[in-house]
Design a binder for this molecule. Structure first.
Ligand code: NDP
Ligand code: X2W
Length: 317
């Protein structure tokens, strides 16, 4: 996007549709430290008024959708109706993550993905669990250590803010269990993106859970290495992951020794209020059993932090 093409003149402008929600607020807060952009806000009374939102869309270069899926689809239709005035869109919802017309907003996905995001008109921000799972799996599928048809299991735990305002209110009013498994219908909404973007042919068994803490997330994948066709040593998995993320600002791989050194426990909240993601490779003494773990803040790299990373790429910042 060149300066000459900005609707407002010299700096790009953004409208966050749903800015009062959990994700919207997180993005708003992070954008305060970003100079060289204008954030335009809608009158709160008109936040669900289609005409008023469409007028905001016409006035900005980029719209960030922080809405439930159905509302996000409606917002995209409003933007599309603007024709040549339509802004670029970053959608934080699940609605477009496996839609071929949209670019998946995980810059670290593969070589060239950051450039694809820079150039795209339509970008979907990844799901929080999906970010952790894809970060672990995609490099290992790409290099052939995990075959696309391998029967994988993914376990995960999230802080309750992942459930948006309704879940936050339920936990903070003491109306929710201390810890629960869910997704036991094998149909969690992140499964399609985890499967597609990890380049898997079969959906993993994915068991998410939520606990009585506000934010923070662990996503883990257990592997018996002797069951993998390549029977790779654990070191090969760690080396592939380290090589993939070597130059990534927000992703750090902690290899087998480093993972072992932290003492067999992982605190889900350790990366809270950061935009970082850590990958651990835990291995038993013989190197035959491995657990890969991604740790992130579900509201950081799992949502608003990733959104701001995408906004910066889309606006050439
Ligand atoms: N929480 C998280 O960790 C993550 C959430 N997401 C996704 O981001 C999106 C927003 O989620 P989250 O921030 O958690 O949700 P919240 O419930 O916290 O916020 C949603 C916001 O959208 C507003 N809204 C709802 N319907 C409409 C509509 N028709 N028109 C305009 N505004 C509307 C709500 O207003 P009101 O409250 O007044 O109804 C609220 O401000 C969802 O798609 C979610 O799946 C993505 C990554 C992580
Ligand atoms: C604890 C909790 O309920 N988490 C949410 C996922 C949060 C998230 O990242 O969802 P989207 O980005 O896909 O909206 C869930 O499992 O539905």
């Amino acid at each position: 996007m060149s300066a000459a093409s900005f609707k407002d003149g010299t700096v790009p402008s953004i409208f966050i549709d749903g800015e009062a929600g959990t994700t919207g607020l997180g993005i708003r807060e992070r954008l305060q430290s970003l100079s060289g952009i204008t954030v335009k806000s809608i009158d709160p009374e008109l936040r669900k008024d289609a005409k008023a939102r469409q007028a905001m869309m016409a006035a900005v270069d980029l719209v960030v959708l922080c809405l439930p899926d159905a509302a996000a689809r409606e917002a995209v239709a409003l933007a599309r109706d603007l024709g040549a005035d339509a802004p670029r869109i970053l959608d934080a919802s699940t609605a477009h993550r496996t839609d071929a017309a949209w670019t998946y907003g995980f810059a670290e996905l593969a070589e060239g993905q950051a450039d694809a995001i820079r150039a795209a008109r339509l970008v979907s921000n990844p799901g929080c669990y999906a970010t952790g799972a894809i970060a672990l799996l995609r490099p290992l599928v790409d290099c052939g250590l995990i075959p696309p048809d391998y029967p994988l299991t993914i376990n995960a735990v999230s802080g309750y803010s992942g459930g948006g305002r309704t879940m936050i209110e339920a936990y903070e009013a003491g109306r929710a269990p201390a810890f629960e498994l869910y997704g036991l219908g094998f149909d969690h909404k992140h499964l399609p993106e985890i499967t597609a973007l990890s380049r898997l042919d079969v959906a993993p068994i994915f068991i998410p859970s939520v606990g009585n803490f506000r934010q923070g997330m662990l996503v883990s994948v257990p592997l018996n290495l002797s069951a993998l066709p390549a029977q790779p040593p654990a070191d090969d998995l760690a080396a592939s992951l380290a090589a993939r993320y070597r130059d990534c600002e927000f992703v750090r791989v902690i290899g087998i020794e480093g993972s072992h050194a932290i003492g067999g426990r992982l605190d889900a909240e350790a990366l809270n209020n950061t935009d970082n993601l850590e990958i651990f490779v835990f291995s038993d003494k013989d190197g035959g059993r491995v657990v890969l773990v991604a740790r992130l803040d579900n509201l950081g790299k799992g949502a608003s932090g990733a959104a701001v990373q995408n906004i910066k790429l889309m606006l050439g910042q």
